[in-house]
Design a protein around this ligand. Sequence first.
Ligand SMILES: *Cc1c(COP(=O)(O)O)cnc(C)c1O
Length: 433
Amino acid sequence: MQYYSLSHQYKVSFKEAVFQGISPDKSLYFPENIPLLPSSFWNNLENLTNEEIGFQLLSPFIGNEIPETILKEIIKKTLSFEFPLIQIKENVFSLELFHGPTLAFKDVGARFMAECLSYFNQNETKKSTVLVATSGDTGGAVANGFYKTPNVEVVILYPSQKVSEIQELQLTSLGHNITALEVEGTFDDCQAMVKQAFLDEELKSLNLTSANSINVARWLPQMIYFALAYKQLKDKNKEVVISCPSGNFGNICAGLLAKKMGLPITHFIAATNSNDTVTRFMETKNYQPKQTIPTISNAMDVSDPSNFVRILEMYNESYEALNNDFSSFSFTEEETKNAMKTLYATHNYIAEPHGAVGYLGLTKYMENKEVLGIFLETAHPIKFLETVEETLNITLELPNNIKEIMNKEKKSIKVKNYEEVKQSLGLEFLNTV
Ligand SMILES: *Cc1c(COP(=O)(O)O)cnc(C)c1O
């Protein structure tokens, strides 16, 4: 499969798209065609294993660039944890995506990308350096996914004191090929420095690649769990809709891609916090990002979501076609906390703020509709410990793998500006050639 840049200036293979992350003119890659899988596949989902479903969905996008047996092995490793669908009330279900090693859905994409890079790298003598900025969850997932991957160095930039203690330990305590740069600044500063590094001719020899959600290897495997959710409700013979708490819109974009391939989900809902650029776009047809507002669902504090252009491309820029399959609603902090309280008090379910926003979007869409609804619970409540404990007035029990990490030592290199980032990258390079 070939991928074209949305600027229509570049066309590359899957491998090149994975290594480049983004095209040289900073445009996202998009698959040249989206195959419609036969109805015999969709009708038979309940008789297929998760790995088989994953393979059918992903193999058209990879073609012969990874041999079938190896791709199956990669998918098996990617899906090595549970994706339970929990019934909340009669027609409402939570798809829990947080049972992976770092307790957020980003484990799926990070793991798949790490395995693909590792395969492509096996006959390379040069190392690649994965450079990534994180506001919290991406860093841990990428660190875990790439840990001890041969020929790959990982450098993570994170904003000092703006990630939770658990998130920080997840990305600073591994060592080996994982280096954490603790940036005195904000997430936006981290992202700006990563972008600058990609443009820096002097860093060419590092073979920099990005592991942010714009990378096709992080985006595509997210399709799989939408199909796994549908598989679990299929025998109810009812219309199914899915609500995704959305920030950079990678997750929902993968769901819509699965729909294009024939997944019988009738509608997708993008639920956002006060960073409501897409919600306003769906109301006014006018795309107008504002300054980012910090919220308790901080992984969705994005005002100009990178993946939205992919969604528009999928719908040939037709607002009407998009509006048919897709709605977007935004919610305040107050509403989010109230939803967490209702889910706990009435349905005995502990949701963290992102899942609660997803639940709100679903509830709003379902008001007058006889459908089955799923919302994605994108992270484990423990990752947002303070907010959850305060809002619900409860004490959360630490899962075992988190207890372990709490005893580990944080190792980071403090940096103040781009020059210092570059210096650390240079050291990294000298050490590893
Ligand atoms: C990253 C993240 C999101 C947003 O997902 P997108 O694919 O960027 O829309 C939602 N919830 C959590 C917990 C996240 O870490």
